[in-house]
Design a protein around this ligand. Sequence first.
Ligand code: SAH
Length: 266
Amino acid sequence: MDLSRIRIVLVATSHPGNIGATARAMKNMGLSSLYLVNPKDYPSGVALGRAASALDVLDNANVVENLESAIADCGLVIGTSARSRSIPWPVVDPDECAEKLVTVSKENEVALVFGREDRGLSNEELQLCHFHVQIPTNEEYTSLNVAAAVMVLSYEIRKAALRYIDEPVSDNSQTASDSEKNEDSLEDIWDQPLATVDDMERFLDHLETVLVRLKFHDPDNPRQLMPRLRRLYTRIKPDKMEINILRGILTSTQYQLDKKPENKGK
Ligand code: SAH
């Protein structure tokens, strides 16, 4: 079972013990790739102590400055949240979350992102994700400790991997519900690599530039245009070739605008 293309990302963790406990949970479930975005107190002896026999996960962890750099090369990103947020976003349950991560990671780097102990992930961080996942907890107390949330979702990943990696998809012995699940998971197998977060950010910047130039978008009165377009394009999960086509259309639009005599010098 190769889960090396599935990374766990912890954003701005305050307590180093949670980083150690995350490493331990990951290793128990066969995950090895950990990214720490701007941790408050790290490296730390407390993290080493809580990691127990998962010191290798900490040794190999990548420490980066912001979420974008932790996920730039990923084709699928799922963000976790203990509660629903202002702009509705595509949501998956823990089971679907694990299934998507496992199937898409056969061909692409993928990430599961966890937030700060006190405030979770910001709206901007959540909007970098293709899906959000919420562990269905007691409505009277929804928020788990972050390392406990890592444990629950890593266990789901392991269960999905046992189902989808080790069992061939064409196995006739599967039950009806298993075969439905396998059909769903085939959606995620594609002829092209998925556009990465970096491709998507560069496309959205390009789109915004052209929309401003066309006077469709007023940066002084932006409303929710860019977040809504971000949600639209993120939802379709374009592949690299599709993003290149869209970028080509934008470049042609700019070229045509440049050619018009009345636009010269604008
Ligand atoms: N008050 C914060 C709670 C953060 S809990 C908030 O409302 O977002 C710290 C982190 O643990 C979260 O950012 C998330 O990554 C994870 N977490 C906690 N409870 C969760 C749940 N029910 N489902 C998914 N992730 C959860």
